[in-house]
Design a binder for this molecule. Structure first.
Ligand code: ADP
Ligand code: G3P
Length: 494
């Protein structure tokens, strides 16, 4: 009998491979960072070959170091950084250009032109998204317009587009596939009909022949080339990493929500089996498709969260490791009046301001690095609070608790401040690798490794609960101060 599900978590900064047993426990994990390229201000690129090579290496490593044979694997589940756009040659399997990463802002002019032509509402109604450079369609258009010969090669059917899930599946099986949770991030996919949308493709000038076939998030979609791992393994789970984390956090019913604190922050709330269209600049997205149907989520994406901690480490050099930020911030009783808006790449939800820039206000001669560390941690929670306010207004469902995960969710000071500023309990699970767990669950359900959603939801266990302790008045005052700071960061580079 097979013993494990192999989850692939291909993130923005690292590739991970994690083995889960039947109890949903981690049996082994391997991780490898890969390079980030910043060739121009506002541009962020990855080498798609390096993504695949690092992913392949960690799969080999996790099997080898844990003495697990590929034949012990029941199925593979994939969770991936979303929106990042890869364009490759179908025959050679070689990318035609560096992958354009979700954080990259170069396709802002394309979005502005579509907006100026009055198409914003159409895109929003069909895709649930905001017309922003964050999403894949404008990135793909940029590649077709700027990589020499790409448009002609696309017209001849020589090229394939995919988000990172598609790219990894192509490398492992030769199939050109994606799932609805990833397709829903492209501005080319109608989330109500769950099909690529010809009208939107025409507006973006994208040939439909470039697009992958859309298959269910949970179901055997392909088998790996037997030469890769010695046996052909079923690829049975596919989801964008944030939707996978929502599934892994067992947020399976309306009103349940999670927030992931990684490079960015991604808060997602389950809204049921039809899309709730946001009136407050959040996005509606497909969560996952199971044989019984499609679940929808509301999402608020914050672009700069843990990345701001990395900036304290790499840009300012005031910490050596991300985890040191907690001790540094605790050296002062409060932020000393300092507020920091880390809008290094503009602001995401609910502001969607591509021209906002990082801003620190309230400094005096007494400000020191601990105040800056504290303000940076608080900025992560305050950005998430902006999203939650919009979410509560859209969903008309009060949040009873927020489930959390991601690298920065290990920070207790941050989690306590998050509970304080939201006025909602923050709950951290035992297994914080919820992205990989969600991908594993989707794959395991498809091959009968787990019997039902109820069985996997029962595996979710709390590690720690942070109760809100801030007074209502103080919360209101802190949110008001924050709004004033955000205003000062906005439209700066326009
Ligand atoms: N103890 C900590 N306190 C605050 N931030 C942290 C801490 N540990 C890690 N981080 C931040 O969390 C991020 C890594 O989290 P992870 O979930 O691995 O991100 P991603 O999947 O986006 O690569 C980094 O940006 C790092 O700065
Ligand atoms: O790789 P992460 O965890 O930073 O997630 C990135 C998101 O999927 C971008 O939308």
């Amino acid at each position: 009998m097979t013993k494990f599900i192999l989850a692939i978590d291909q993130g923005t900064t690292s590739s991970r491979a994690i083995l889960f047993d039947r109890a949903g426990h981690i049996h082994g994990a391997a991780q490898q960072e890969f390079r980030q390229f910043f060739p121009q201000p506002g541009w962020v690129e990855h080498d798609a070959n390096e993504i695949w090579q690092s992913q392949r290496a960690v799969i080999d490593e996790v099997l080898r170091t844990n003495h697990v044979a590929a034949s012990d694997i029941a199925a593979i589940g994939i969770a991936n950084q979303r929106e990042t756009t890869v364009l490759w040659d179908r025959a050679t399997g070689e990318p035609v250009a560096p992958a354009i990463v979700w954080q990259d802002r170069r396709s802002t002019p394309c979005c502005e032109a579509l907006r100026a032509d009055g198409h914003e509402d159409l895109f929003q109604q069909k895709t649930g998204l905001v017309l922003d450079a964050y999403f894949s369609g404008p990135k793909l258009k940029w590649l077709l317009d700027n990589v020499p010969g790409a448009r002609a090669r696309a017209a001849r059917g020589e090229l394939a587009f995919g988000t990172v899930d598609s790219w990894l599946i192509f490398k492992m099986s030769g199939k050109h596939l994606t799932d609805p949770s990833n397709a829903a991030r492209t501005l080319m996919f109608n989330i109500h009909t769950a099909r690529w949308d010809d009208e939107l493709l025409a507006l973006l000038d994208i040939p439909p022949g470039l697009l992958p076939t859309v298959v269910a998030s949970s179901g055997v979609a392909a088998h790996t080339d037997p030469q890769l791992f010695g046996v052909a393994l079923p690829i049975a789970g596919i989801a964008g990493d944030q939707q996978a984390a929502t599934f892994g956090q067992a947020c399976h019913s309306p009103g349940m929500a999670k927030n992931t604190y990684g490079t960015g922050c991604f808060m997602l709330m389950h809204t049921g089996q039809t899309a709730t269209m946001s009136k407050n600049k959040l996005i509606s997205t497909i969560g996952w498709t199971l044989p019984k149907g499609t679940d929808y989520l509301l999402e608020g994406s914050v672009f700069m969260a843990g990345a701001a901690i990395q900036w304290l480490r790499d840009g300012l050099g005031i910490i050596k490791h991300a985890a040191e930020v907690e001790e540094l911030a605790l050296a002062v009783p409060d932020n000393g009046g300092v507020l920091f808006v880390p809008a290094f790449a503009g602001l995401g939800a609910p502001h969607w301001d591509a021209y906002a820039r990082g801003t620190m206000v309230g400094m005096t001669r007494g400000t020191n690095k601990s105040h800056i560390a504290r303000a940076t941690l608080e900025s992560i929670a305050l950005q998430s609070a902006d999203v939650l306010v919009a979410m509560q207004a859209d969903a008309a469902m009060p949040l009873t608790q927020l489930r959390v995960d991601g690298g920065a969710a290990r920070n207790n000071l941050l989690m306590q401040f998050q509970a304080d500023i939201l006025g909602v309990p923050v709950v951290r699970p035992v297994v914080t690798e919820t992205t990989a767990l969600g991908a594993a669950f989707l794959a395991g359900l498809a091959v009968g490794f787990w019997a039902s959603q109820e069985e996997i939801a029962a595996q979710w266990q709390m590690e720690r609960r942070f109760e809100p302790a801030m007074s209502v008045d103080e919360r209101a005052q802190r949110m008001d101060e924050w709004r004033r700071a955000v205003e000062r960061s906005r439209a700066w580079s326009q």
